[in-house]
Design a protein around this ligand. Sequence first.
Ligand code: SAM
Length: 231
Amino acid sequence: KLSQRLEAVTNYIPSGARVADIGSDHAYLPCYAVKKGIVPFAIAGEVVEGPFQSAKSQVEMEGLLDQIAVRKGNGLEVINSGEVDCITIAGMGGALIATILEEGKSKLDSVQRLVLQPNLSAISIRTWLIEHGWELIAEEILEEDGKIYEILAAEKGEPLKPYKNAEQGLLMGPFLIEEKSAVFQTKWQGELRNWERILMQLEKAADTEETEKRKQELKQKIKMVEEVLNQ
Ligand code: SAM
């Protein structure tokens, strides 16, 4: 059975799209999307030999070799120009996802939709999207097995279209702020406790210019997040 997290990612793949799943590991996501009839064709990309072999075995075992191409390579280099209209990247840090998009920019011409699931630092992705003319169209936050995940869906849109509250939006997600679900609140209460703890340690540390700067930054972030949670 597919994880709730990956199933949620597939919900944002447009029906009938040709999709590339980058960092596919066991290729669970593309196998599920093809079997469900969501997509007719998929590429499973993997840069590491072990996961690449797992993806191949899984696709073969499920009898999906005609519909899923398993390819070894770094990021978007496994995609030929014009081959797909949707890309999914799930289960990595946001900074790595942003790097993969940046390095693979030339492969995005035919792509209409990005579905990205960072395990942390979604801010890196929102920043990249804004700077490259991708418009965030939906966000979701969910909890599974005690971990909290975010999903970001984007389409080619207005370049540099700012969020309503730019700074808060980049950090916490404009749709997620609007919705303020229980999971969202749990996530940011946790971050607040974390930052408060760091702040307390910094209060004890030697009073250098550097610690003073970090304290100010943390206080500002805490204030910003509290403001959103108390709205
Ligand atoms: N996408 C699956 C999921 O969400 O369950 C697997 C996530 S797994 C934690 C991350 C995978 O991304 C690993 O198998 C890793 O080898 C792969 N990966 C990391 N960097 C990559 C890159 N630059 N290009 C392709 N795959 C990459």
